[in-house]
Each structure stands twice: as structure tokens, then as C-alpha cells.
Design a protein around this ligand. Structure first.
Ligand SMILES: Nc1nc2c(ncn2[C@@H]2O[C@H](COP(=O)(O)OP(=O)(O)O)[C@@H](O)[C@H]2O)c(=O)[nH]1
Ligand SMILES: [Mg+2]
Length: 403
């Protein structure tokens, strides 16, 4: 009996092998069409981290029929599978959550770490005697939270003046004064929308810059999800060719939501990858191209050369619509130094403050805006895929001081 089954199985395998080419050529037609022009989508020459987990999108999938079974003595249990294979299911695409109200959802994370600032200020303001020492303590609290010297002095001056003139002493009164003044410092008339539309027929182009480890790639990936959730098609450009895993990391983010990643060889020219990504975006009729870059800050001239070149080369296709500077909120004043350097190299149009979930120094939002004269547009509040929120001053201040 077993012999009969085995014989049948071997026969089936043989049929499978012979018909393999026919079947596979039919199967190939069922594959999603390969991109029409994929200039620099070169598979890496050597195995990289994460490769086993993901088949590069650009390579046609090898179905089981295309691979001859090792021998006819293949274990009987496995053989039938070789004959009647399932077409490998495309990886299930994730549906990112909508962006509306994200900051409110993530507010608890902000409040957890920021309590010290808002609560500290309110406690100090509620003292019976608002004397010189108390105002100094208020100043120290703001400085400790990285609000920055000039904004801190402005805030304290205005608060002192208003408390004096209005004679406000109730906790509710003081809270609303503080709320108003913090909002004034943050600015409520900035256009904080990330500009992802070119206004032309071509895709909007966004470049993401910042020092390594600040969260550029993560932010690029999260932003791609936001855009896809809004029904836009996205092409990613992996212009960080410095680290081997950087392109894989970005591609993994893209694959989760069905966004193609244009990448090149490790150590390749970032500018040409950025150029090709935009070219690919145009060819595909994509809505937005997001370009992730490397952020080595070893030498300022090196960085200037590289980023400046990426920008110039991309602009051969048309103007960049947004240049987002990613800053790690936990690095405090150091972040400001970085911001200054990057602002000298490229025209930053928006700031992304990441890791606000892990710091009590949320005042950096105020300081960095002041430093660059550019609004904070997005904030990162965790490592989860949907932990990126549009920055809303009101929700931010409410999280800071409670409501
Ligand atoms: N807690 C937290 N971690 C973050 C946030 N954004 C990024 N990260 C983490 O920061 C690390 C560096 O991020 P990555 O995107 O690779 O930085 P890059 O070198 O600038 O591209 C990763 O472990 C991220 O998960 C955030 O908003 N909150
Ligand atoms: Mg990166």
C-alpha cells in the first residue's frame, strides 16, 4: 500500500518537474508587473541583515515549480506540495490608522514624561507668595525643560506682568494664563502641514535629514504609512548608503504598506539614488517620493557636500517640496547645535521631534522652532508604526499642564 502511494507520488513529482516550465511561465504572468524602469534597483551583492525574511520586491518571486526538487527520493510528505503548490500569497498589507487625533491618543505618553514641567510650573505659580525666588524657580524649571534662555525670559516676564495686572491667584486662572503664554511661545499660526504636493503633475518630494540615530528612517517609514492611510501612493528613496542595513530597514517599512523602495549598492552615490527615486516616482505616477538620507556629522564639509549634492541633483526633476529635519528630543541642547548645522546646509522647511515619549525636556519644541524659525510639524511618541503625530500646539500644551 505504502509502495503504491510512493509510486504515485514519484510519478506526480516527475510530471511536476516536466510541466514545471509551462506552469511557471503561466505563473509568472500572474505576478505583479515588474516596474517599467528600475534604474538603480540593484539587489545587494552580499547577503544583508533581514534578507531571509523578505524577498526583494523587484525580483520576480521564484515559485516552487521553478525549483526542481532535489531528487525523486524527496520525502513523500513533501512531494505532493511540490506538485500542487499554492501561489505564495502577497504579504498582507497593513492598514495604518488615520492621523486625526493621534496626538490626543498619544497624549498619555507625553503627559507621563512631561508632567514635571507643567505640574512643576503650576505648583510654583500657586504659591501664596509669588516672590522673586519663586519666579526664579519658575525660570529654572523652564530652562531645565530645555525651553531655551530667550523664550524662558519672555515667558516669565509676560506671566509676571499679567499676574500683576490681572491679580490672578486662582489655580484655574493661573493655569489658563500659563496655557495662553505657552501657546504664544509655540505659535498658533504656523502652517504645520507636511507639504507633500508639488502642485504640478509630478509627485511631491520630501527629503528627510538629521544626525544618525535621531529617527530618520523610522520617521520616513511612519510618514509613508500616514500618506498611504490618506490614500496616496508613495515611493521611498534609500539614499542612506552608508550603513548596510539602512536600505533594508526602509524597504521593510515600505513593504508593510505596499510602497516601493528605490535603493542602490552599499556605499553608492546617495544623490543618484535620490534622483532615481524621484524618476521612479514620476514614471509610476506616484503621489509622493520620500527620500531618507544618511546623517554622518563627522565633518561638516562632508555633510554639506553630500546633502547639498542630493538636493541639487533631486532638483533637476523639480523643486523639493519639504525638507524635514529630524531631531531627537532627548538630546536637548545638542539637538539645537545639530539643527544649526543642518540649516546651514539645506533650507529646512519643517522639524520632526522624535522620542518625545522618553523625555521630560519637551521644552525643546519651543527652543528649536525659535532657533530655526521653522515649525515643528511632526512629533514621534514611540517606536510603534503609528506613533507619529501631527504637532498640534493646543493638544501639546494641554498634555503639558493637564486640563
Ligand atoms: N521611543 C522612541 N523611539 C524612537 C522614535 N523614533 C525613532 N525611534 C527609535 O530610534 C532608533 C533610531 O531610529 P532610526 O530611524 O534608525 O534613526 P536614523 O539613524 O536617523 O535613521 C530606533 O530604535 C527607533 O525605533 C520615537 O519617537 N520614540
Ligand atoms: Mg536611517
Amino acid at each position: 500500500m505504502e509502495f503504491v502511494i510512493l509510486a504515485v507520488v514519484i510519478a506526480l513529482v516527475a510530471v511536476g518537474v516536466i510541466s514545471g516550465l509551462v506552469v511557471s511561465s503561466r505563473k509568472k504572468k500572474q505576478l505583479p508587473p515588474a516596474p517599467s524602469s528600475t534604474p538603480t534597483i540593484t539587489p545587494p551583492a552580499e547577503p544583508h541583515v533581514g534578507e531571509e525574511a523578505e524577498t526583494p520586491r523587484e525580483e520576480p518571486r521564484r515559485t516552487i515549480e521553478e525549483v526542481a526538487p532535489p531528487s525523486a527520493e524527496a520525502p513523500a510528505e513533501e512531494a505532493p506540495e511540490a506538485v500542487e503548490p499554492e501561489v505564495p500569497a502577497a504579504p498582507a498589507l497593513e492598514v495604518p490608522e488615520p492621523t486625526a487625533g493621534r496626538l490626543v491618543r498619544l497624549r498619555a505618553r507625553l503627559a507621563r514624561s512631561q508632567n514635571s514641567l507643567g505640574k512643576g510650573l503650576l505648583t510654583l505659580l500657586s504659591r501664596d507668595n509669588l516672590d522673586e525666588d519663586t519666579w526664579e524657580e519658575i525660570e529654572d524649571t523652564l530652562l531645565t525643560a530645555d525651553v531655551g534662555v530667550a523664550p524662558t525670559q519672555e515667558l516669565v516676564e509676560r506671566l509676571r506682568e499679567r499676574v500683576r495686572v490681572l491679580g490672578t491667584r486662582t489655580p484655574e486662572g493661573l493655569r489658563s494664563l500659563l496655557r495662553e503664554e505657552l501657546l504664544t511661545l509655540l505659535g498658533t499660526d504656523f502652517d504645520r502641514a507636511v507639504k507633500t504636493e508639488s502642485g504640478l503633475d509630478t509627485p511631491g518630494v520630501v527629503m528627510v535629514v538629521g544626525v544618525n540615530g535621531t529617527g530618520k528612517t523610522t520617521t520616513t517609514g511612519k510618514l509613508a504609512r500616514v500618506l498611504v492611510a490618506d490614500g496616496r501612493s508613495v515611493v521611498l528613496g534609500a539614499a542612506d548608503t552608508f550603513r548596510a542595513a539602512a536600505a533594508d530597514q526602509l524597504q521593510t517599512w515600505g513593504e508593510r504598506v505596499g510602497a516601493r523602495t528605490v535603493r542602490g549598492p552599499e556605499g553608492g552615490d546617495p544623490a543618484s539614488i535620490a534622483f532615481d527615486a524621484v524618476k521612479e516616482g514620476i514614471a509610476e505616477g506616484a503621489d509622493v517620493v520620500l527620500i531618507d538620507t544618511a546623517g554622518r556629522l563627522h565633518t561638516k564639509t562632508g555633510l554639506m557636500d553630500e546633502l547639498g549634492k542630493v538636493k541639487r541633483v533631486v532638483e533637476k526633476h523639480g523643486p523639493l517640496d519639504e525638507i524635514l529635519l529630524v531631531l531627537d528630543a532627548t538630546t536637548g541642547q545638542n539637538g539645537l547645535v545639530q539643527a544649526r548645522v543642518f540649516a546651514e546646509v539645506v533650507d529646512i522647511t519643517g522639524i520632526v521631534l522624535t522620542k518625545l515619549d522618553g523625555t521630560a525636556k519637551g521644552g525643546i519644541v519651543i527652543a528649536v522652532q525659535r532657533e530655526l524659525g521653522v515649525p515643528v510639524k511632526l512629533v514621534g511618541l514611540g517606536e510603534g508604526p503609528d506613533d507619529l503625530a501631527p504637532f498640534e500646539p493646543e493638544a501639546f500644551v494641554d498634555a503639558l499642564i493637564g486640563d
